[in-house]
Design a protein around this ligand. Structure first.
Ligand code: ZN
Ligand code: ZN
Ligand code: ZN
Length: 122
């Protein structure tokens, strides 16, 4: 049992390490990157690990344009710029400071995407 828990934790750590390097990866991309490291990673265990990390509040899901459903670390609280022409998505530092509460809601983090046209597409 202990070994099983260690394996689960190990997989969660690997996923978090991937998402530290690259934000907004799909489940499929995460699976492919893990299998690039070790063929033994299987789809079911990777998808379950993603569910656990979401439930623990470590990951966030995003739906951004054609990228579909992607994951990133919730602690990595940045904002996004999305090009309406080529679909490119860029992470940017905060453009304003997050209020502690709004209309009685205690604010934990925010998802903000600015849409526009990137320098390459202008
Ligand atoms: Zn991001
Ligand atoms: Zn979130
Ligand atoms: Zn563009």
């Amino acid at each position: 049992m202990k070994t099983v828990n260690n394996q689960k934790r190990n997989l969660e750590d690997k996923i978090m390490a991937l998402l530290k390097l690259e934000h907004l990866l799909s489940a499929k991309e995460i699976l492919e990157k893990l299998q690039g490291l070790d063929q033994n990673y299987n789809k079911t265990s990777v998808y379950r690990a993603l569910e656990r990390l979401l439930a623990k509040g470590i990951l966030c899901q995003h739906h951004l344009g054609e990228a579909g459903l992607t994951y990133e670390l919730r602690s990595d609280n940045h904002e996004h710029l999305q090009c309406e022409v080529c679909g490119k998505i860029k992470a940017i530092p905060h453009t304003f400071s997050q209020p502690a509460s709004i209309e009685g809601f205690k604010i934990s983090h925010h998802h903000l995407t600015y849409l526009g046209i990137c320098p390459d597409c202008q």
